[in-house]
Design a protein around this ligand. Sequence first.
Ligand SMILES: Cc1cc2nc3c(=O)[nH]c(=O)nc-3n(C[C@H](O)[C@H](O)[C@H](O)COP(=O)(O)O)c2cc1C
Length: 194
Amino acid sequence: MREILLVDCCVRREQSRTARLARAFVEGLDQERFSVSVVRPDEERMRPMDGALLRERDRLLEEGALDRPRFDYAHQFAAADYVVFAAPFWDMSFPAFLKVYIENISVEGITFRSTETGLEGLCKGKKLILLTTRGGFYGGTDMDQGSAYLKALKEFYGFGEFLCVAAEGLDTGVDPEPLVAKAEEEARALAASL
Ligand SMILES: Cc1cc2nc3c(=O)[nH]c(=O)nc-3n(C[C@H](O)[C@H](O)[C@H](O)COP(=O)(O)O)c2cc1C
């Protein structure tokens, strides 16, 4: 079985259009070949990296205690064959809960390591995928700091490829339904192609 890790940051849950893309993606997977684990950072006890958390992390890393429960998310992320972020476009990027998740999984010795020539990704994932919906039109521009940042993280963690499926212009006064439906189809097709 191949492991898909779905990081669900669709905090509006049932009302979320982005969550529809995530559901379509999961439906498109060959259920015989893939198992899906879901993490919802806003429902987990995940905290931003304050001073105390950082100090504790440094101490544990110095001791080589990578088996502590607080590193479970990082191990899960590093081991996944595919990671899918489902996150709406907020304030030119994505919800803070996704950044909090990223802070928690960025652990030296698990998801990346330092070498003499720089940082090197340790994740075994083939693809890092972003499923998103946007109120306006920003894809492919510098205003879209969400997919640009996650594409950079793909390099940092050592994934093979970054892919993004987006529905745009949902809050521009037009009927958003066909736009979401088209992106759902793209998400389903992407999953079926894995
Ligand atoms: C807190 C917040 C911030 C947002 N910021 C932006 C933005 O910067 N640019 C934009 O085009 N749309 C923005 N939107 C609109 C959302 O991108 C759009 O409605 C999206 O489809 C919401 O996804 P959801 O239905 O999965 O919650 C924002 C929405 C919220 C709630």
